[in-house]
Design a protein around this ligand. Structure first.
Ligand code: XIL
Length: 398
């Protein structure tokens, strides 16, 4: 993608040709895009996926940090700046300055943004921590409406609910849980009404191993939501791998099992103790092998930026160099076949039971580029030049 974005003239020329070809019903061919890419975002885009990072607003004035981030990634999650304590520090007084700073930086560099997070037991403002019962339920709904209203139409996904389960598969006994067992579905229904254009995700850690009670509990929740029409579009697997919970051999099975329920899956906060090359390669491969695994986000840029910095868990060293784990991720991304545009052929070795490629039903996707026709700013003006862009399911690609 970066290659395309860097050369605006070529992009426009390609877009013009593309629109003619589309109008003529000709399959799209983008020569050269299938070659090995040397940045994470470009490598992931070859199969229609993204590669993101958490961005900390306080580091945006660090040139070495922003240089790597702008070069390597095409999706951004605010590490802390869109959490409840940041966005609603006093009840019903919203503050989006820190979140907007990250949003503006990301979009000015051609990146998409995931929202993180709306309803969570962690990082609640003090006033929210004091609430319970119906007052907290109302405050949660008001918070979702306030934050999602501000970012309406701007984000690619929201982590609506974060970390609602215990390791044994029971519900975490948070103040939110105390408002009633239906708090999660109320959060999702509120979110859908607040911004129908954004993908709604449940996000959690230690749900990567299929043979784990917490994974099964979240799976059953999503299955139940799907069967009852509770709106949910995606599940985020945080993928914080530590010595005690490293890459499980069942990760791909977990991803494909969730995908089979009719949700997208994504790896949302990846970091791995000492950046094990085999674990990074394995987790990337697990995503590449599941067509509805739409992208991977690492939880920071350099080791020195990580919330687990003593474990050196990221893809770039403190000095900015690519680590061996980065090369292993790039290799796995580059080896992925371009995303198919139709049903998986009979006899395919695809391990995903869901043949639907990532992307909306009405999108127009290049057979070779894996990218979508995108109408800038959803313009409806005659003569608008369309462009090739990462498929993101926004309405301006349908
Ligand atoms: C972490 C941030 O990285 C830290 O800076 C902050 O002090 C605590 O939160 N799961 C999540 C993330 O969903 O929001 C957390 O981020 C890491 C664990």
């Amino acid at each position: 993608m970066k290659r395309l974005l860097r050369d605006g003239r070529h992009r426009l020329a390609l877009a013009s040709v593309t629109s003619v070809l589309v109008a003529a019903g000709v399959a799209l061919i983008a020569p050269g895009l299938a070659q090995a890419a040397d940045t994470l975002g470009a490598a992931a885009a070859q199969s229609g996926r993204y590669f993101g990072t958490a961005i900390a607003g306080g580091r945006l004035n660090d040139g070495a940090y922003t240089t790597i981030a702008a070069r390597e990634f095409n999706m951004v999650t605010a590490e802390n700046e869109m959490k409840p304590d940041a966005t609603e520090p006093n009840q019903n007084q919203f503050n989006f300055s820190a979140g907007d700073q990250i949003y503006n930086w990301a979009t000015s560099h051609g990146m998409k943004v995931r929202g993180h997070t709306l309803a969570w037991h962690g990082q609640q403002p003090g006033w929210m921590q004091q609430l319970s019962g119906s007052a907290l339920r109302s405050a949660m709904i008001n918070h979702i409406n306030g934050v999602m209203g501000h970012y309406k139409g701007k984000l690619t996904a929201w982590d609506v609910v974060n970390e609602a389960y215990n390791e044994d598969g029971s519900r975490r006994q948070s103040n939110l849980q105390g408002t009633g067992n239906d708090w999660i579905e109320v959060a999702f229904r509120t979110a859908r009404a607040a911004d129908p254009s954004v993908r709604l995700c449940y996000n959690d850690y230690n749900i990567e191993n299929w043979n784990y009670a917490k994974t099964q509990a979240v799976y059953n929740m999503v299955k139940d939501f799907k069967s009852r029409g509770v709106p949910i579009d995606c599940v985020g697997f945080q993928t914080h791998f530590t010595g005690g919970s490293s890459l499980p051999s069942t990760f791909q099975q977990t991803l494909s099992s969730f995908a089979a329920l009719g949700v997208d899956v994504a790896l949302t906060e990846v970091d791995v103790t000492n950046a094990s090359t085999t674990q990074y390669a394995g987790l990337t491969q697990a995503c590449m092998n599941v067509s509805r695994c739409i992208g991977i986000t690492v939880w920071g840029v350099r080791d020195s930026d990580s919330w687990r910095s003593s474990e050196n868990p990221l893809l770039f060293a403190g000095g900015g160099n690519k680590k061996p784990a980065c090369t292993s991720v790039l290799n796995a991304l580059n080896a992925a076949t371009p995303t198919p545009t139709g049903p998986t052929p009979t006899g395919s070795t695809s391990t995903s039971p869901t043949p639907t490629p990532p992307g909306g039903a009405n999108e127009i996707r290049g057979t070779q580029s894996g990218r979508c026709i995108d109408v800038p700013n959803a313009s409806q003006n005659n003569g608008t030049r369309v462009q090739l862009y990462d498929c993101n399911r926004q309405s301006n690609q349908q």
